[in-house]
Design a protein around this ligand. Structure first.
Ligand code: GLU
Length: 377
């Protein structure tokens, strides 16, 4: 089975070793070839987002923290400084790679809080959807400068998996310096077996990535297994393969190079509905008319026009209940406006929102992707 046949929204994560050479410069030829492969996939109607490492690798030289002069590991502030200096160079390298393909790149910097906090999650998701709709190519990295220990994801394998969860991607590809998962470390164990497909991330599979006490090396197999858990839990399949060859994406598609697939047992949309349901601390109640109730049941979003009343105090991104005129529970969902705003716009057409609030917000009060219908409604 070729899992790419049904891939529609794909995240490609690229490790520093592929992007930055031993002298702290971008590997431009490799980037140019990859850009050609990405453009070919986009030509097939696939959406692509890139998660890129390399800001620290490109930046450290610029601010006097080159590998030669600093033998030790960089501490947190040095990494942040190197990332800040390297990020523009990184984007420049991507821009140059995609320019010949006629593709505009868009820099997106995220932290853990942006993927977890419902409000940031909803606005980031909406902005990414818009970039994809407009045909731009999101190039995502962690926002290293504002990341504190608490809100740091720390490695881009997990950042890519969290992004997959946030935007309901169906496929995540980790381009790495290793070709996939082995039963033991192939460098030290000649009997290590290659594992081409993982349907269930069991404790045995986790053990293959190294013991629980091993330090979480950025880019190691442990972070990849953690990424696989997040991605497959969100309904997204994940592949690991070596990215050094000229055409890694073609190799994955044609199965001409070794790789490991981690397979989910759910779909991105089912997983998202579960995520919404699990985040439910209900802050308010909206009562809607029969027309809006019918629209919800046929899979549409909730618009302000159908809302009759609003109870409770809530922020945008909070969870609310949606009830019918008779008081029956119809749905729960994450709302795009706060309670003060909802009170001003309820009953109004979407094109009146801007005049009423003084700014233009989303047309939907609750987008259908952020709604879970009540059983039996
Ligand atoms: N955000 C880091 C960088 O751009 C990369 C972290 C990682 O590679 O896992 O250098």
């Amino acid at each position: 089975m070729n899992f790419l046949t049904t891939a529609r929204r794909i995240i490609i994560k690229i490790g520093s070793a592929l992007l930055v050479d031993g002298h702290g410069a971008a590997r431009r030829e490799w980037l140019a070839t990859l850009a050609g492969e990405v453009a070919a996939w986009r030509g097939k109607g696939r959406e692509v987002l890139i998660v890129t490492s390399g800001a620290i690798g490109l930046g450290r030289e610029l601010i006097g923290l080159s590998r030669q002069s600093v033998k030790r590991h960089l501490h947190m502030e040095e990494k942040q400084a190197a990332a800040a200096a390297g990020q523009p160079k990184l984007m420049q390298a991507w821009e140059e790679a995609f320019r010949p393909q006629g593709l505009a790149v868009a820099q997106v910097l995220l932290t853990l809080a942006d993927t977890e906090d419902r409000r940031h999650h909803l606005t980031s998701r909406a902005a990414l959807e818009e970039l994809l709709r407009l045909g731009a190519l999101p190039i995502v990295n962690e926002n290293d400068v504002v990341s504190t220990e608490e809100i740091r994801i720390g490695d881009n394998d997990r950042l890519a998996a969290r992004l997959a969860q946030m935007i309901s991607a169906d496929t995540l590809i980790l381009l790495s310096d290793i070709d996939g998962l082995y039963s033991a470390d192939p460098k030290s164990d000649p009997d290590a077996l290659f594992i081409p497909e993982v349907k269930d991330i069991t404790p045995e599979i986790e053990a293959m990535a190294g013991g629980a006490n091993e330090a979480i090396a950025s880019g190691g197999m442990r972070t990849k297994i953690m990424a696989a858990k997040i991605a497959t839990g969100a309904g997204c399949r994940m592949a690991i393969l070596r990215g050094f060859s000229g055409n890694p994406l073609r190799e994955l598609e044609e199965k001409s190079a070794r790789h490991t697939w981690f397979l989910p047992s759910t779909t991105p949309m089912a997983a998202r509905k579960r995520w919404i349901a699990a985040h439910m601390r209900l802050r308010g109640i909206l009562v809607i008319d029969d027309g809006a109730a019918k629209a919800l049941n046929s899979g549409k979003s909730l618009l302000a026009a159908g809302v009759k009343s609003c109870e409770g105090e809530f922020e945008s991104g909070d969870a609310v209940e949606v009830k019918g005129l008779s008081g029956v529970l119809l749905a729960r969902g994450l709302i795009a406006y706060d309670s003060g705003e909802v009170k001003k716009i309820l009953g109004c057409r979407s094109d009146e929102i801007e005049a009423l609030l003084g700014y233009s917000g989303p047309a939907e009060l609750i987008h259908r992707d952020n709604l879970v219908l009540a059983k039996g409604s």
